[in-house]
Design a protein around this ligand. Structure first.
Ligand SMILES: Nc1ncnc2c1ncn2[C@@H]1O[C@H](COP(=O)(O)OP(=O)(O)O)[C@@H](O)[C@H]1O
Ligand SMILES: [Mg+2]
Length: 298
């Protein structure tokens, strides 16, 4: 969930409880989160939406990322695999401004320096992140969760406590369909299955129309059927959004990489000990001896 969304949700919950809207749990950070950021022009004329170069992160001398470089094209779906502790989540922490690297550079498009931005700004300029655990507002309905996400969008902020217009209602309706929750719209989000909560959170991210979506183990804990539907959902986003998907589920990776846009050529990146061990089609990396040794062969 993005910081702005967290704030909007806390505000809405407090309002429902009759508390002042600033009595949130965000530890006095409202002023910073509420700051209006000037629209940033994303420049993708060179074809890259995300460019990481030589990024290193260490925790007490341990290198979680070690000269990591990564280049994601506009509209690309990139799957990232790698054993536990390879640095996949840390990489997402760097992209989203949660962790500052010791060295290296990170650009969104060719002009936006991510290392000079704060977490909430990075969310606002179009990078959406799905954490491993679903984080939805459990007490609110599915519809209300999407409504909040829509209203947390900077472009819709002015209307936070006003009624939705018909265009916004349509957007929520379309999203409910896309995330397979049309018939659950009035259901309390806390009562959804684990997989449905994951879809709802993805829907909430999409309401904010991110250009780049980072998804950390999105199908962990899902049933086979939910996993398959999630693959269909991601494939339908390809092109309009750029996606970076971290997963362990090889069947899921197989579905994402062998279908949809650019099917035969889609790249998979293998991380190991904080750097790129191999990159290529799924077949390429599965046949790579180094990969077999450190990861697939275990
Ligand atoms: N905040 C932190 N403090 C200390 N060590 C960390 C921290 N975050 C991650 N690490 C370590 O960095 C390594 C990479 O972790 P992580 O990025 O979570 O890997 P992955 O997501 O690929 O499993 C692990 O060894 C982990 O223990
Ligand atoms: Mg992880």
């Amino acid at each position: 969930m993005t910081p702005d969304l967290m704030e909007a949700g806390t505000e809405a919950l407090n309002k429902a409880k009759g508390l002042p809207s600033n009595a949130g749990e965000s530890g006095g950070r409202e002023a910073a989160y509420g700051r209006v950021v000037e629209p940033d022009q994303l420049d993708v004329r060179h074809g890259s939406i995300l460019y990481l170069d030589d990024i290193s992160v260490s925790f007490d001398g341990f290198k979680a990322l070690n000269k990591l470089s990564l280049d994601i094209a506009v509209g690309e779906m990139r799957c990232i695999i790698g054993p536990n502790g390879a640095g996949k989540t840390t990489m997402m922490d760097v992209i989203t401004g949660k962790t500052r690297p010791d060295s290296g550079s990170a650009f969104f498009g060719s002009t936006i320096d991510l290392l000079a931005r704060r977490e909430n700004e990075i969310a606002q300029i179009g990078i959406g992140r799905k954490f491993q655990k679903p984080t939805v507002f459990e007490q609110l309905s599915v519809f209300e969760n999407l409504e909040l996400a829509l209203k947390a969008d900077r472009r819709a902020r002015a209307s936070v406590f006003f009624k939705l217009n018909s265009e916004q209602l349509d957007r929520i309706g379309d999203m409910l369909k896309l995330i397979h929750l049309k018939d659950q719209a009035q259901r309390t989000a806390g009562l959804l299955s684990h997989g449905q909560k994951q879809w709802l959170e993805i829907g909430m991210l999409l309401m904010q129309d991110p250009k780049l979506l980072l998804l950390d183990e999105p199908v962990a804990g899902m049933t086979d059927e939910e996993t398959e539907r999630t693959a269909e959902l991601f494939l339908s986003l390809e092109g309009a959004h750029s996606l970076v998907v971290v997963e362990h589920d090889m069947k899921f990776i197989g579905e994402l990489t062998t279908q949809g846009v650019n099917a035969a050529k889609k790249k998979v990146t293998v991380l190991h000990e904080g750097s790129v061990l191999a990159e290529g089609t799924l077949a390429d990396v599965q046949a790579n001896e180094k990969v077999v040794e450190v990861y697939l062969g275990r």
